[in-house]
Design a protein around this ligand. Structure first.
Ligand code: GLU
Length: 546
């Protein structure tokens, strides 16, 4: 076979340069010893999965902790899945969670282009070299022929794929090849595998540990009929030329690892280290399953922004999923920046990471409770600008008022911070009674109308906003006593039947009247913030609704 002639016929790309030129153009990176070069390599589908964030954090941490480089490569070989603006979505959603790239698509960098579609010439050059060395060949099999082989293999319980006797185009003669080409038959380029499935190797996966890998014997497609590379081939060429030395990716790629090992070998590339991380799962009824883009809104990164989860909360929660010793560290150092935690690839989960939204709520509550009221103001204001209603946006017009509300609702200055806020959307819901335009009470008093009316009327008569909280409370007690509610809890507990209730029932009536809710932060402070007129008019409104 004249390999030279064949390579020219199959890959007539005029832009191809000698391989040494690519090697020289993308030299080994000048980095300290042990520095890791990692990447995120998403397809631009416009959808960012929680799993993307998971793998991004791992890659980013390991690169930056080791003094290495973390870059973004866009795997846009599948034109059908490509969505306009998707790269912007990748950058902006990761940026929200504090993840930045050192180089890559839409950024500068010396190892580009970082879009696979712009790298055709490079793939062609390496594929052509394999043809020249007899390690790749054209395959003219049609979809129907391949389907027939698959059916035969299934029926006969044989390993699926294009190998051995099923690799029909592997041994085409020179004549047959040129005949097919002359007929204009479409072809793909396949690897001529040198592997043997009976040979197994021990392999160290940075996440999974020691695993057994069976040699590849599949003549996998490396270039599709339109000259676009498959994931396998692009992965080998790109990660070699971009000088990636650690590939952390989803475990769905573990099954193709034998192919990648063989490709790196035949291409003469040094194999990077690999870490295959587990998928994110959730409990659904009695089963545990993968977090699904279709079924679970929380699978999408957009969900966390729309709901207004604080980026630090999501990141902190992800860290609990990523590294088994993180929570212990967090307990010890709750106020340290997350990046001070020593991330370890060896401590990543080997099997599925279990996503638990209740745990996220908990983490979120504590992260939110650590913010100052001004930080919370800024966070909510940013959220409202994008996702809030017009009325919610108007709350930010009076900064001082909202800061007072936030200080109260967060327990700033108190003995212990309150942990009521989970995310911006929910927090805004909790704050709404402070704003007349959003105040829509559904009163649910536990006492009869006449009692409630009498209590509220009486309180109105005694209410003076100048009272400090203890004078105020004494007045509430006096109203309680006047209406048969015990103001002394000891007396009440000793003989509850003797009373209509106790002072806390009276306070609850006031609370419901003023806020519409039976559970709120300190009522005296709420009345202080609302001011006299608004407090009284709310009590009137409640009386009117009885
Ligand atoms: N484009 C592949 C994916 O999105 C990348 C896998 C990898 O990191 O190599 O799954």
């Amino acid at each position: 076979m004249d390999w030279n002639k064949l390579a020219e016929a199959l890959i007539p790309d005029k832009n191809i340069r000698p391989l040494e030129e690519y090697e020289a153009l993308y030299p080994e990176r000048d980095l300290p010893k042990g520095a890791k070069v990692t990447r995120l390599a998403p397809s631009p589908t416009g959808f960012m999965h929680l799993g993307n964030l998971y793998v991004a954090i791992a890659n980013e941490r390991i690169a930056h902790q080791s003094g290495g480089v973390f870059y973004l490569r866009i795997e846009d070989t599948d034109a059908k899945r490509k969505v306009e603006g998707a790269v912007e979505v990748i950058h902006s959603s990761l940026k929200y969670f504090g993840i930045g790239f050192d180089e890559g698509a839409e950024l500068s960098g010396n190892y580009g282009p970082y879009y696979q579609r712009q790298r055709a010439e490079i793939y062609h050059a390496y594929a052509k070299d394999l043809i020249l060395r007899g390690l790749a060949y054209p395959c003219f099999c049609t979809e129907e022929e391949l389907e027939k082989t698959r059916e035969y293999q299934t029926e006969n319980k044989l390993l699926p794929g294009y190998y051995g006797e099923f690799a029909r185009c592997r041994n085409l003669t020179e004549e047959e090849i040129y005949e097919n080409l002359a007929k204009g038959k479409p072809y793909v380029i396949r690897l001529r595998s040198q592997g043997d499935v009976n040979v197994k190797h021990t392999f160290h996966d940075a996440v999974k540990g020691e695993i057994t890998v069976t040699e590849n014997n599949q003549d996998v497609v490396i270039l599709k009929s339109d000259g676009i590379p498959t994931y396998h081939f692009a992965h080998a060429v790109d990660d070699h030329l971009m000088r990636t030395n650690l590939v952390i990716r989803g475990e769905e790629w573990l099954a193709s690892l034998p192919i990648h090992i063989e490709l790196f070998k035949v291409l003469g590339f040094r194999l990077p280290e690999y870490g295959h991380n587990c998928s994110i799962q959730k409990i659904d009824g009695d089963t545990r399953r993968k977090l699904s883009k279709r079924k679970d809104p929380e699978a999408s990164l957009t969900f966390y922004r729309e709901e207004g989860y604080h980026p630090l909360a999501v990141r902190t929660y992800m860290m609990t999923l990523l590294n088994s010793n993180f929570e212990e560290w967090l307990l010890k150092f709750p106020d340290k920046p997350l990046d001070e935690f020593k991330f370890s690839i060896g401590k990543m989960g080997k099997s599925g990471a279990l996503f638990d939204i209740l745990k996220l709520y908990d983490v979120s509550k504590s992260v939110m409770s650590r913010l100052s009221e001004t930080e919370m103001y800024d966070f909510l204001s940013d959220w409202a600008k994008e996702y809030g209603t017009e009325t919610q946006k108007s709350w930010f017009a009076d900064r001082d008022y909202l800061l007072r509300v936030l200080a109260l609702c967060m327990g700033v200055g108190g003995k212990k911070r309150r942990k009521d806020f989970v995310c911006a959307r929910q927090a805004m819901g909790l704050l709404s009674y402070f704003f007349d335009a959003s105040f829509a009470p559904e009163y649910s008093f536990r006492f009869d109308k006449n009692t409630v009316r009498a209590v509220l009327e009486d309180f109105k008569k005694t209410y003076d906003p100048e009272d400090d909280s203890s004078v105020w409370f004494n007045k509430v007690k006096a109203v309680a006593d006047a209406h048969g509610f015990a103001s002394d809890m000891k007396a009440y507990k000793a003989n509850p039947e003797a009373y209509a209730g106790n002072v806390s029932d009276v306070a609850e009536m006031l609370r419901i009247a003023v806020t519409g809710l039976s559970n709120t932060p300190d009522l005296w402070t709420i009345m202080q913030i609302l001011g006299k007129d608004r407090t009284l008019s709310r009590i009137d409104r409640a009386i009117g609704a009885l």
